[in-house]
Design a protein around this ligand. Structure first.
Ligand SMILES: [Fe+2]
Ligand SMILES: [Fe+2]
Length: 144
């Protein structure tokens, strides 16, 4: 479970909204595991949400030409590979304990750390991207 108030707040409102949605999906999976009910549905919903979450951030980074895009995308990709593997393992073995361990020791710490590092830096860049343009580019009207 993640306490919603522990979410690091970023400068980009849409990113905060998405991260609150992530907490809802993660906590829904925790509840499903505890009650041993609806685990598969909660797991699929979490994966689907995470795919969209990462794709949207990557789209924003590409649009604003965020230089460390590859490093950020690499963390997303590794996290999705791990999440899909944890799900595949669960669907094969029905090992609730292993899924709980993945959630508590891998996903939740990763989510909080990634949000307060990669996402925080990205958000600062996205909100100030005009300032990163070369001086001459700022002088040229955009519609020319
Ligand atoms: Fe994010
Ligand atoms: Fe991210």
């Amino acid at each position: 479970m993640i306490e919603p108030f522990s979410l690091p707040m970023l400068h980009t409102a849409s990113m905060n909204d998405t991260h609150f949605e992530s907490i809802i999906k993660i906590n829904a999976l925790s509840v499903a595991i505890e009650s041993a009910e609806g685990i598969e549905v909660a797991l699929r919903a979490l994966i689907e949400h995470t795919e969209t979450h990462y794709a949207e951030e990557e789209q924003q980074m590409l649009e604003k030409k965020f230089p460390p895009y590859p490093a950020h995308k690499e963390e997303h990709d590794a996290s999705l590979v791990q999440m899909r593997q944890a799900a595949a393992d669960f669907f094969e073995n029905n090992d609730v304990k292993a899924l709980q361990t993945y959630l508590d020791r891998e996903l939740i710490p990763f989510f909080l750390r990634h949000t307060e590092t990669m996402d925080a830096v990205t958000s600062i860049f996205l909100e100030n991207s005009e300032a990163h343009l070369p001086h001459w580019e700022r002088l040229v009207p955009r519609n020319r």
